[in-house]
Design a protein around this ligand. Structure first.
Ligand SMILES: [Fe+2]
Ligand SMILES: [Fe+2]
Length: 188
């Protein structure tokens, strides 16, 4: 396992203080969810720490790096390269920190769009990203309530509902994988 101090130094160097706070909130939340639901807390910690490590990259850089590594899945990735921060984050996890564990890498890769039939660690990171303590309560509380009442799958549905609502309000493009993920969990 990589040295966590090295990861923290990297995050401090490449991200704003606010982003770092979010990352630490997600990490703590992911560890707690891992303990609660029976996932590996060590993997949850690494996935949490690295999930947004590429979040402040410029659009052009994200696009260039994704093209170089064949990480474009859909034309919307090109139109909204910000979505690529998850895939590039997984790339950094491997290239900078030698993480080869596919569970951790997949959780980082899927944390923005989700995917049907996610692994436990993928679900935990997806939900932790929304309910970490620094999120606005209007955003996180409905997801927390769904989690407490009905578990991770229900929390995923409520997260995507909030995300879709926000995307619609912004008149932004909706990635088809968000819809595919939503339909999958709604139909379970
Ligand atoms: Fe993210
Ligand atoms: Fe995040």
């Amino acid at each position: 396992m990589p040295d966590k101090k090295l990861i923290l130094n990297y995050l401090q160097k490449h991200l704003s203080a606010g982003r770092l706070k979010h990352i630490l909130g997600v990490t703590e939340t992911a560890i707690n969810l891992a303990i609660k639901y029976g996932a590996d807390p060590e993997k949850a910690e690494l996935a949490g720490l690295l999930h947004d490590c590429a979040k402040e990259w410029k659009k052009e850089a994200l696009l260039k790096e994704a093209q170089a590594h064949n990480l474009i899945w859909h034309e919307i990735d090109v139109l909204n390269p910000h979505l690529l921060h998850a895939r590039i984050g997984a790339l950094i996890a491997t290239e900078e920190f030698g993480i080869k564990d596919t569970e951790i890498l997949n959780a980082i890769t899927q944390h923005t769009l989700g995917k049907p039939d996610m692994s436990l660690l993928e679900k935990i990171l997806f939900v932790a990203d929304i309910i970490e303590p620094n999120r606005l309560p209007a955003w996180s509380e409905p997801v927390k309530t769904a989690l407490e009442k009905n578990g991770l799958n229900s929390a995923i549905i409520v997260s995507i509902q909030a995300t879709l609502q926000a995307i619609i309000n912004k008149k932004a493009l909706i990635h088809p994988l968000t819809i595919t993920t939503y339909n999958f969990y709604l139909n379970l």
